[in-house]
Design a protein around this ligand. Structure first.
Ligand code: PLP
Length: 378
């Protein structure tokens, strides 16, 4: 699978011109990823999950490509509205919506929602009467890097009752949805989930429902440090199952990581070195409270490419804040580094800057667009 990756030379020139830390976004890679999905999952209507990376340029690029959007909050709905994206292109896909979120949905005209509980039905019926709703079903998948089903999804046995209540409350019961968990490494979980929801569609039909939409959520993976995932194979397998099980249903998906994960590189510098208990320590100018927040929130193991030859030593890599939690990795094999050395982290577009903070007064890492600057690279 193809990822955006700066050369050593480009990394050095950008670091000199813009200083570090620096995030470099490739909009061509966003386009490549979007078109890849359109090619391998041709029936799927893509709702880009803004939470993965809400950068305006990424969102605008996705919009220009024809994407719809999965939004999780009032903030995301207002951001997209500011960018001129119509409410008809959004699904408010947070099973637990805030009063502010529902008020903004009502005001802006967002009328597609997901839910997994009875209490949410009454909230939606009151705030957005007649809205189209998809019931999120729990599909366990311990193989996902982030198992969202520990928090979300109605139990299969509760589905008929919840659909009935939603209908009785005047909502437009459009269909079902699921999320197999983020960074799900094979098609297996998707296929298992498709069989589960097929049964639920059939049972609902017997009760007089005409479920017309299936939303297969996110979960599509990107390459990791130790595996170059075969996304074409995964998508083809999912597509075959969709054709067999849901030939006439409208299919939606909410990919986040897949759209933006491979499109961003981070350049950091070593700002301090230390030796502690016979182990080298390297302090970087970005850390757990910044673009590497995904070490905690996303359980991600990031590449740290120094473009340096030489023997490798178990090393500790830490961020710049004054908190002892701010250690990215211990015993990471690294060559000897010095202050000023640069490190490249590719595949870091998803759940990185999105969850960064300004703790200790460190500003969030600036972002530039590769296609705006690449002609300047000699
Ligand atoms: N949809 C929902 C409701 C989510 O909660 C998430 C991620 O948390 C996504 C989509 C995006 O998932 P992924 O990044 O795995 O594609």
């Amino acid at each position: 699978m193809n990822s955006f990756r700066l050369t050593k030379n480009a990394m050095h020139q950008l670091a000199t011109e813009y200083t570090t830390p620096l995030l470099v976004i490739s909009l061509e890679q966003i386009e490549y990823n979007y078109r890849f999905l359109a090619k391998y999952l041709p029936r799927v209507k893509v709702f880009y999950a803004v939470k993965a990376n809400p950068n305006d340029d990424i969102v605008k690029k996705a919009a220009e490509l024809g994407s719809y959007f999965d939004v999780a909050s009032d903030g995301e709905m207002l951001q997209l509205t500011r960018l001129g994206i119509g409410a008809n292109r959004m699904v408010y896909a947070n099973p637990y919506k805030t009063p502010k979120g529902l008020a903004v949905a009502n005001r802006t005209g967002v009328n597609k929602f997901t839910f997994d509980s009875e209490s949410e039905i009454y909230k939606m019926a009151k705030a957005v009467p007649g809205g189209t709703v998809l019931l999120r079903v729990r599909v366990d998948n311990p193989k996902a890097l982030v198992d969202l089903n520990k928090k979300f999804g109605a139990a299969v046995e509760d589905v008929p009752r919840l659909l009935r209540i939603a209908r009785d409350q005047g909502l437009d019961v459009g269909g079902l949805c699921f999320h197999v968990g983020s960074q799900s490494p094979t098609a297996e979980a998707h296929i298992e989930a498709l069989h589960i929801v097929r049964n639920l569609f059939d049972n609902a039909q017997k009760e007089g429902f005409n479920l017309r939409i299936l939303d297969i959520g996110g979960g599509l993976p990107i390459p990791t440090l130790d595996a170059n995932i075969d996304l074409a194979e995964i998508a083809e397998d999912i597509n075959i199952a969709l054709e067999k099980l849901f030939p006439d249903t409208e299919i939606w998906a909410e990919p986040g990581r897949f759209i933006c994960g491979t499109a961003v590189n981070l350049i950091t510098s070593v700002i301090g070195t230390q030796e502690r208990n016979h182990q080298k320590w390297y302090f970087l100018d970005d850390g757990l409270y910044g673009s590497f927040s995904g070490v905690i929130f996303d359980h991600w193991e990031y590449e740290l490419e120094p473009f340096k030859e030489g023997e490798l030593y178990p090393s500790t890599v830490a961020g710049p804040s004054c908190d002892s939690l701010d250690v990215l990795y211990r015993d990471r094999m690294m060559p000897k580094l010095e202050i000023g050395d640069l490190l490249l982290t590719a595949n870091c577009g998803a759940y990185t800057s999105a969850s960064a903070t300004e703790f200790n007064g460190f500003a969030k890492t600036p972002m530039i667009i590769w296609e705006d600057v690449k002609n300047k690279i000699k």
